[in-house]
Design a protein around this ligand. Structure first.
Ligand SMILES: [Zn+2]
Length: 391
């Protein structure tokens, strides 16, 4: 194909992806011009197609043409129920939907709810309807009701007319809480492991705060334990969303992966005295709950990072229900964005952001670890305990 005129590009998308999926996402054929002297020229594409290029070399009388085929994988539908397991009713289960590799808007979504195959095998029943779903396509989410365990068959149509299907299961969990993050056995075990890797039963000075990430990777929840870092001491750590924990490809796939939650541990019980290798925090009485620095690094900066990657990759890095979790010996604290922020100074005189006056209450929840205290632990909401830092 000849492209008339000076240096420019033309993008011609195919109608179908590998496997025959009809790709109808706009835009169709597009053309553009690269600035003079520009070697790299970027254009975002959503479909498999050919890129034709024409460049005028110096002297301008010599022109070169080339083309490259770009293959875009077929779209897949990702449905994530939260919680993934409940006691026996599905009333609180929300299903979040998105597409991979890139995010598309939906025109319609439907979910059919049936008894989970394993439950059917156990009871010897044939397929029976065990629930219903009401979906909101513009927000890409559905609320399902009925009884668990259940198999959800999800069908969604994108605004450009591509029909996608997938299925997910909602299981049954002992001592469910109704909280999407806590109602997952793998996450409960992960929190227990993370806390134990900090040497929490050993010598005070040898203990370390540990960090981890819970990632929704194309619909599967993956716990990532981060290695000890330069900021790690018995009393501090670099946050899981610190800029040095690189959220760029190939380690992290924006659009396919989302950070559902980040974690850090507090390896000392309330009222113990911090060891002398804690720098400015040495010799202090330990409190309970998130510290001022925790609010700044794990919530304020995490949301900031999300905005940064949102503009760089055009997709969110964090899940819409992102939370930071502080893991203590007998308690778990769930943190989310407070209604207001306030600027203050930390012990080292650096400016940090903490919840505004009275805003801590609505932004943090305490959950006590109850028996058993193994990786199978249960939790119970504790509304009486207040975090030590509570402006
Ligand atoms: Zn902390």
């Amino acid at each position: 194909m000849m492209i008339a005129g000076s240096q420019r590009w033309m993008w011609v998308p195919h109608r179908r992806a590998i496997g025959g999926q009809v790709q109808t996402d706009s835009p169709d054929t597009q053309t553009g011009v690269c600035a003079n002297g520009t070697v790299n020229c970027k254009v975002r594409v959503y479909r498999t197609g050919n890129m034709y290029l024409r460049a005028n070399l110096n002297p301008a009388t010599i022109s070169e043409q080339a083309f490259a085929k770009v293959v875009v994988k077929p779209l897949t539908l990702i449905a994530r129920p939260t919680p993934e397991a409940v006691g026996s009713t599905l009333d609180q289960v929300k299903v979040y939907l998105r597409t991979a590799p890139a995010e598309r808007a939906f025109a319609s979504i439907s979910i059919s709810v049936s008894a989970q195959p394993t439950a059917l095998r156990r009871s010897g029943l044939m397929a029976i309807t065990s629930g219903t779903a009401s979906c909101d396509a513009s927000n890409a989410e559905c609320l399902v009701s009925g009884s668990a365990p259940a198999l959800l068959t999800v069908t969604a149509v994108t605004v450009t007319g591509v029909t996608l299907t997938t299925s997910v299961e909602v299981g049954q969990l002992p001592c469910p809480t109704g909280d999407p993050l806590l109602d997952n056995q793998a996450i409960r075990s992960g929190m227990d492991s993370l806390w134990k890797t900090g040497g929490t039963f050993g010598v005070d000075s040898a203990r370390r705060e540990r960090t981890g990430l819970l990632i929704d990777s194309a619909g599967s929840l993956v716990m990532r334990y981060l290695p000890l870092n330069a900021g790690s001491s018995p009393c501090t750590t670099r946050a899981a969303t610190h800029e040095l924990n690189d959220f760029r490809p190939p380690r992290f796939l924006p659009g396919t992966m989302k950070v559902v939650a980040t974690f850090h541990t507090h390896p000392f019980e309330k009222d113990s005295i911090t060891p002398n290798n804690c720098n400015a925090l040495s010799g202090l009485k330990v409190g309970t709950g998130p510290s001022p620095g925790d609010w700044h690094t794990s919530v304020y900066q995490a949301l900031d990072l999300n905005r940064f990657y949102g503009s760089e990759y055009g997709v969110n890095l964090l899940s819409p229900d992102y939370r930071h979790v502080v893991i203590e010996q007998n308690r778990i604290w769930l943190m989310k964005e407070p209604a207001t922020w306030n600027r203050t100074k930390d012990v080292n005189g650096r400016t940090i952001y903490v919840p505004g006056k009275g805003a801590t209450v609505g932004a943090v929840q305490a959950w006590d670890r109850t028996t058993p205290t193994t990786s199978q632990f249960c939790v119970a909401r504790n509304t009486a305990i207040k975090p030590t830092f509570n402006p």
